[in-house]
Design a protein around this ligand. Structure first.
Ligand code: KG4
Ligand code: ZN
Length: 341
């Protein structure tokens, strides 16, 4: 018997990437078109929400059209349209949500609302099917969270950042030392040329806590730069980048392993833009090997925002019949889970 072919069109516009993708059966990427606005925002040192919305409007139909063409699929063949409802920039999210609603209305194809973080987790599913139960360390520009999953569509938050997200800390510190936006990849490169010789704090919070905090670390970098300026001392930037990065990574890795131990799972997933960090990938892999934990890391092209991950997560909501209706609205503060432990 011929296997059923479920095709989901994904749409992602939560920040500065306009993306559309077609994914088959939740796992096979037929197309994944990403139109990045990074060059536009770089001149402002960060994402300008108004500019982002305008660019999404200009790109969205072209990108969707390209995704369908590259997948050799017509709109009539699509089984569901999955779109990022939140969290993200409200004006940016609105463009994707409006496009998805219009397509759903015109074709009668079910509309699916996807949480952006769920999408990042499902980026791993596009490489190898998720094995439950698992813990996901989600590290992006807007989020740093530890999520426990017992099955598809079941998310329980174990820990979260109490202030800045990991990627946000990378971007802010990069800006402090004069590196362009987005700062994460710049710090990654600079850190590889230095050694972590500056003494910077690690925010462990309460014993056994799975929460994070990075604003103190950012303040410590500001103070260090300030003192050096007052004393007319030269800062070795690669060493500072390496020291900052190591402070972030040590906390992320220790708490991720702690979450795995506390829940008794075997599988740890890395997700979100910061999972592109080369030192994080190497160090986490080494720790997981030592600890006998199966680590899953998405390939670089699926670490940052893309619509294939949204289509993949949306497929499992589609399978459960969890459809949205045309009253769907962008929600910049959308919660992934209703309760946290
Ligand atoms: O997941 P993402 O594309 O967007 C959000 O959902 O926020 O993540 C973007 C974040 C930015 O803060 C960026 O600086 C960071 O991921 N990032 C990195 C690296 N590549 C991207 N941070 C550290 N090292 C990298 N190589
Ligand atoms: Zn993201």
């Amino acid at each position: 018997m011929k296997k059923r072919r479920d095709l989901v069109l994904g749409i992602e516009t939560s920040c500065d990437e306009t993306s559309a993708a077609v994914v088959e059966n939740g796992t096979k990427v037929l197309s994944n078109i990403i139109s990045s606005q990074m060059d536009v925002h770089r001149q402002f040192g960060g994402v300008v929400p108004e500019v982002a919305s305008r660019r999404h409007v200009e790109r969205i139909t072209v990108v969707i059209d390209q995704a369908l063409r590259e997948a050799h699929v017509s709109l009539e063949e699509i089984n569901a349209i999955a779109v990022t409802q939140g969290p993200g920039l409200v004006g940016a999210l609105l463009i994707g949500v409006s496009a998805a609603k219009a397509l759903s209305f015109a074709t009668g194809v079910p509309l699916i609302s996807v949480h952006h973080i769920a999408g990042h987790i499902y980026a791993n599913h596009l490489v190898k099917p998720l094995e439950f139960p698992l813990v996901a360390l989600v590290v992006s520009g807007g989020h740093t969270e530890l999520i426990y999953m017992e099955g598809h569509n079941q998310f329980q938050r174990l820990g979260r950042t109490r202030d800045d997200a990991a990627g946000e800390a990378f971007d802010k510190v990069a800006r402090l030392i004069g590196l362009p936006y987005p700062g994460g990849p710049q710090i990654d490169r600079l850190a590889a040329q230095g050694s972590p010789s500056y003494d910077l704090p690690r925010a462990w919070l309460e014993p056994e806590s799975l929460d994070f905090s990075f604003s103190g670390l950012k303040s410590a970098v500001i103070q260090l730069l300030h003192k050096a300026k007052q004393k007319n001392e030269k800062i070795v930037l690669p060493d500072l980048a390496a020291s900052f990065q190591q402070s972030v990574l040590e906390v992320l890795i220790t708490k991720a392993i702690r979450a795995v131990r506390q829940t008794g799972v075997n599988h740890l997933l890395l997700a979100g833009g910061v999972s592109a960090n080369s030192a994080l990938r190497t160090q986490l892999l080494m720790r997981c090997e030592q600890e006998g934990i199966c680590l899953h890391i998405p390939p670089l092209e699926l670490c940052t925002d893309n619509a294939a991950m949204i289509a993949s997560a949306g497929t499992y909501l589609y399978y459960e019949g969890k459809y949205a209706d045309l009253s769907l609205n962008a929600d910049p503060g959308l919660a992934l889970v209703s309760s946290s432990t």
